[in-house]
Design a protein around this ligand. Structure first.
Ligand code: HEM
Length: 405
């Protein structure tokens, strides 16, 4: 007979244990039999194998659609306004969406944008190079993803400002004080939906070489995305592809600033970009966890999780699991690829749809920054964004570098 999870005596991890790193290390130090703990909204797993097993088990549903509820939001207008996004879709609905949109997000589609990505990075560095100092978070990471998402979707350059505003406002949905920002979020969602509808109408008349055209054309056995689904996908690309990428780049550069020899090595050997991205995402992932809830009673490892139970999935902890990674506490871009991938892109059916694009963005940005910003040194303390449920990264990352190269 499985034991009911609520009846177990479990280790508890709270803010009193310290900052995220302290809590992560406490979790990692738990004994072999302590694979489950109590933290935040409910229970949490932290071992690599458990995280993957939960993420691959379709009975555990994505908790993202329940964030407003977890934050205590009750505004009916707001709840109705939230469409079912691909991230919160499950079962056949989700399978169908992934089948239809998969090709549009292939590595080949992402590779097409690599020259443009280098152009964007070079322009951003040009603006700060003469001074030899920059706030990497503000000057490089913040602006980097918007033009790429615009280029990907096929939005004209004059609309970048608009995109930047709506993306920032829509992304407030991840902030701890979202409850006080409902109007702002809804206005941005309305503006974005209207804009996307117009763009869809234009592309239907005049196809182009962009993601939106590919999504409109996507067809499987006579099945196609509806207009509402196309709008939802554009929303998902903006919500999923902006803050994640900029914060991941910020986490990576902050990490390299502590490891100058690895920064110099990457500049010399841009062929290490692929490993460098995986290793930085393993060691300092911008998405440090996700959440699931049990869609039915679930038995796992002899424990019964009743329907509705919330379960945190500790991606950052799993990325330091010594059963999977040879020297998990060491950052080394020359280390051999591990037998299984780092988990910052998740796993299972909701595995990041934009992973190929995000990898390309980071693989292009990091070696180029290392080459154009040699002798990178911190020029003041890194200010980290508040630790919340969302995406983590630096709010300020002041550096100096040698502009002479
Ligand atoms: C380094 C940057 C990124 C990181 C760390 C990241 C991380 C993740 C993670 C962890 C998930 C799964 C969440 C879960 O299972 O609960 C996810 C899903 C998703 N990501 Fe990303 N992401 C990144 C970039 C992007 C980009 C560039 C795009 C869009 C172009 C994107 C679009 C999506 C979408 C649409 C989903 C939902 C997929 C589904 O539910 O089937 N992401 N991402």
């Amino acid at each position: 007979m499985p034991t009911l999870v609520h009846e177990l005596e479990l280790p508890t991890i709270t803010e009193a244990d310290g900052d995220f790193a302290a809590r992560r290390d406490k979790m990692l130090a738990l004994g072999d039999d302590q694979w489950l703990a109590v933290e935040g909204f409910g229970y949490t797993v932290h071992r690599y194998d458990d995280c993957v097993a939960i993420l691959r088990d379709k009975r555990w549903h994505n908790a993202s659609g329940r964030l407003p509820e977890l934050f205590g939001v009750t505004d009916e207008r707001f709840m109705e306004r939230q469409q079912v996004s691909i991230l919160s879709a499950e079962g056949d609905t989700h399978t169908r969406l992934r089948r239809l949109v998969g090709t549009a997000f292939s590595p080949r589609a992402a590779d097409r944008l690599r020259p443009f990505m280098r152009e964007v990075v070079n322009d951003l560095v040009d603006a700060v190079a003469p001074a030899g100092r920059a706030d990497i978070a503000v000057d490089i990471c913040e602006p980097y993803p918007i033009p790429i998402i615009c280029e990907l979707l096929g939005a004209p350059k004059e609309d970048w400002q608009f995109f930047s505003r709506v993306a920032n406002d829509v992304l407030e949905i991840f902030s701890m004080d979202m409850a006080s920002k409902l109007d702002l979020i809804m206005t941005a969602q309305d503006d974005l939906d209207e804009y996307t509808q117009r763009m869809i109408a234009e592309r239907r008349d005049k196809p182009a070489e962009d993601l939106l055209t590919a999504l409109i054309a996507a067809e499987e056995a006579g099945d196609k995305l509806s207009n509402d689904e196309l709008v939802m996908m554009v929303n998902a690309v903006i919500v999923g592809g902006t803050d994640t990428t900029r914060n991941q780049l910020g986490c990576a550069v902050a990490l390299f600033a502590e490891h100058p020899e690895q920064w110099a090595l990457l500049a010399e050997r841009p062929d290490l970009a692929g490993r460098a991205v995986e290793e930085t995402m393993r060691y300092a992932g911008a998405v440090r966890g996700t959440g699931r809830f049990a869609s039915e009673d679930i038995e796992y490892r002899g424990v019964l999780f009743p329907a509705g139970t919330f379960l945190g999935v500790g991606l950052a902890e799993a990325n330091r699991d010594d059963e999977m990674f040879a020297e998990p506490a060491r950052f080394d871009i020359t280390s051999a690829a591990p037998p299984s991938p780092q988990l910052t892109f998740g796993s299972g059916i909701h595995y990041c749809l934009g992973a190929a694009l995000a990898r390309a963005e980071l693989q292009e940005a990091l070696p180029l920054l290392a080459q154009r910003m040699p002798d990178l040194r911190l020029d003041g303390p890194v200010v980290w964004k508040p630790e919340g449920v969302g995406i983590f990264g630096p709010a300020a990352l002041p550096v100096t570098f040698d502009p002479g190269h």
